[in-house]
Design a protein around this ligand. Structure first.
Ligand code: 5AD
Ligand code: SF4
Length: 452
């Protein structure tokens, strides 16, 4: 008797992919697939891919080579093994994935994966399908059932796609234009998660602060109004949102950081560069001063707010002076944590067409300098948390017996002495020490406002 069939969904890239991977796992559970711990005990593997940088895309094909060998071994044993490619590489390359790797059974894009079950049935009948429709509204409709919660913190999609067309970015091509989910659907999903024990909801979208979903009144709602609605759901104790574009960071959203205490005082606000010339070439539609002004207003609204950002070094035409301007913006702003990347030319984007590409060696050198500065700021921020009392949402048992671990409002891992009955609680914790990747604290202590 063969055991229950199992699926393994492996995800790369952004939070949106994490969310999609979980929804695909839910869909597969509905078709009788259990969750496999790895490829080795799976009968079906879904690679949920990322196309944002060349390296991420290359990884997919080497991973597929490995899975093809596994499939051949299984075949020799007379066992089925199916390979599905989902995510942004599936969208960008479509049928090309089927051509390049014969072992792939199904290619399914991020805006059509709600049809995974039906397309798998076709794949099982021997058809090799590449589905890359942009059926976002249909997808939202199809995914309306309550998701299966995994832990006390969950993502809920509010918005997908991007209309900004930054000249380095593939997202507007792989995810399509901006589409917002109706308020009622988001609230229903969040309420179902909260009823099942979820305490922290992160509202996600490629441009989440451009959210304009229709409310029950028929009028469009903004992100701050959506957050206010979500704050009234029984059981929800903390809210976050990501990722935001500076040009959609309006005063209403900034004010929400003052008026909604459960909104975490932490904003991920990618700036990409500190040079006005490069920001213009990137088609970012804002300059460095515009960004600094938002930061100032966020800090005025909520003095304990902290920021994180994304940076790209070595965009075509970037001079030493442009790079210095990025370092100056970082020094002036002070970030709690950040992501930084070497520019990677992506096919079909305007940046890739430019003939003033930067040499790899210069990109490597600039990235090392920037990352050293960002790391110094991250450590300084962690050290400055020592002695403060911050709210920690406890998520899981700690590494050591008698410990539990959770997250501060600033996404820092915090561990304290405590029992697992506290998992799901949001409690004040006084931070006692900062390690390089986590903080140690004790439950309790007066909450005090500390200016950063
Ligand atoms: N090269 C390098 N980094 C990129 N990003 C997006 N496109 C590219 C690219 N072509 C980065 C941006 C974005 C983050 C998600 O990935 O910093 O904010
Ligand atoms: Fe890409 Fe720019 Fe859209 Fe962000 S805002 S997804 S970087 S095009």
């Amino acid at each position: 008797m063969p055991g229950r069939t199992k699926a393994f969904v492996k995800s790369y890239g952004c939070q949106m992919n994490v969310y999609d991977a979980e929804r695909m796992t839910d869909l597969l559970a509905g078709r009788g697939y259990g969750e496999a711990g790895s490829e080795d005990d799976a009968d079906l593997v879904v690679l949920n891919t990322c196309h944002i940088r060349e390296k991420a895309t290359e990884k997919v094909y080497s991973e597929l080579g490995r899975l093809a060998r596994l499939k051949a071994e299984r075949g020799a044993e007379g066992r089925d093994f199916r390979i599905v490619v989902a995510g942004c590489v599936a969208q960008a390359e479509g049928v090309e994935v089927l051509r390049r790797q014969r072992a792939v059974d199904l290619v399914i894009g991020p805006q059509s994966y709600h049809r995974l079950g039906e397309l798998l049935t076709r794949a099982e009948a021997g058809e090799r399908v590449a589905e890359t429709d942009f059926a976002v509204a249909e997808k939202f409709q199809a995914l309306r059932g309550a998701p299966i919660p995994r832990g006390v913190a969950a993502f809920v999609t509010a918005q997908e796609g991007c209309d900004k067309f930054c000249s380095f970015c593939v997202v507007p091509y792989t995810r399509g234009g901006e589409v917002s989910r109706p308020v009622a659907e988001i609230v229903a999903e969040a309420a179902a998660l909260a009823a099942a024990g979820v305490r922290e909801i992160t509202i996600i979208g490629q441009n989440v602060n451009a959210y304009r979903g229709v409310a029950e009144t028929g009028a469009p709602s903004s992100l701050p109004r959506l957050l206010e609605r979500l704050s009234c759901i029984e059981g929800v104790t903390r809210l976050r949102y990501t990722t935001s574009h500076p040009i959609d960071m309006d005063q209403e959203l900034i004010d929400a950081h003052a008026s909604l205490p459960m909104l975490a005082p932490f904003v991920h606000l990618p700036v990409q560069s500190g040079s006005n010339r490069i920001l213009k070439a990137m088609n970012r539609r804002h300059d460095a001063d515009f960004y600094s002004d938002i930061v100032e207003r966020l800090r005025a609204a909520r003095p304990d707010i902290a920021l994180s950002s994304d940076f790209i070094v070595g965009f075509p035409g970037e001079t030493e002076a442009d790079f210095e301007a990025t370092l100056a913006l970082v020094r002036e702003t002070r970030f709690a944590s950040s992501f930084s990347f070497k520019y990677s030319p992506r096919p079909g984007t305007p940046g890739a067409e430019r003939d003033d590409q930067i040499a790899e060696a210069a990109k490597t050198e600039r990235l090392a300098i920037l990352q050293a500065l960002l790391e110094e700021q991250r450590q300084a921020f962690n050290a400055a948390t020592v002695g403060r009392t911050v709210e920690v949402l406890f998520e899981k048992p700690g590494r050591h017996e008698g410990q539990i671990a959770g997250k501060s409002p600033y996404m820092q891992a915090v561990h304290v002495t405590g029992g697992s009955e506290l998992i799901g609680s949001l409690l004040p914790v006084t931070i006692l020490a900062a390690g390089s990747n986590s903080l140690a604290g004790r439950i309790g202590g007066p909450m005090r406002e500390a200016a950063l």
